[in-house]
Design a protein. Sequence first.
Length: 366
Amino acid sequence: MKIVLIGPFPPYRGGISMFNHSLSRELNEKHEVHRISFSFLYPKIFFPGKSQRFEFQGDSSSEIISSINPISWIKTAKHIKKIKPDLVIFQYWHPFFAPAFSSIARRINKLNDLKIVINCNNIFPHEKMILGRFLAKKFFKYGDYFIVMTDSVKKDLLSIIPNASCIDTHHPIYDVFGKRTEKGSAKDILGINSKRVILFFGLVRNYKGLDLLIEASKNLKVELTNFKIVVAGECYSDQNKYIELAKKLEVDESFIFNFRFIKNEEVSNYFSAADVVVLPYKSATQSGIVPIAYHFNVPVISTNVGGLQETIEHKKSGYLCNPDPISISNSIIDFYNSNNDFSTYIKEYKKQFSWQAFADKIITAI
């Protein structure tokens, strides 16, 4: 089968890019896969970070699509027509890209026997966008099938396309970040001397609730000793507001703030050093951090918002709590007081989230 994957690929940064890369590797085991990426992805208003790309050695992609240039959309459609694919999979995560995707899909959807599958990472953006719902609906009308990885995303999709044909599955486990490192060695590399290590990982955006974790740490100081909360990820807003909040609450000594992009080869050290990963999100549909944590057999404490609660087994693969400082701190304290063997459970639990199972489910559905 000839398959075209459309969306960002490395060297673009971010979870969507790594998702596309991992999916293409799996599909390529049995099929002919063509990777179509962006020549221009985000305008500055949507990407306040320092750089959209990172150094990457691996499979290359055809960087044709400019999110703001309609001529490139026409060129992309012509390129796809030459390939004559059986299946095209779009990665959808933000309505800003819907005009480009709609234009491409409209031009290719009449190809003989072509199926268009839309992988729905989000339906609605975390930050509200004018006409977002309208733009999404306009693109979604070209989809034959829709991949949904949480009930939360599925509910949002059905609110726009009530009769959507859904492929229900789970976010696969990322396997591109190497193997787990010995905990002591990882802590030495990162310069961490504390006995207990709590990790907040990934792009720091307002909805991810880092401020809630900082507030929660005030209670942790009373109940726990010898711990550090490591914050690792580039900040999409003013990082000083988090540093100042920690100082104001007199918990700054409990934190290691590393506000920068974490390279793929560094990821293993952070998760290997951590006892637990904390996601204090205020809102979410799903998170790519959970499958990274599971890859390294690290439990996750997450707020019970959106689809996050669907991927965490309470008191087995982690904890679920309310999105408030007291509930977050109580869950962290309970984790450290627990005798549960979280890692052993995760090793078995994560087997159902393989890339092979994910890819096979798509092919079987169509």
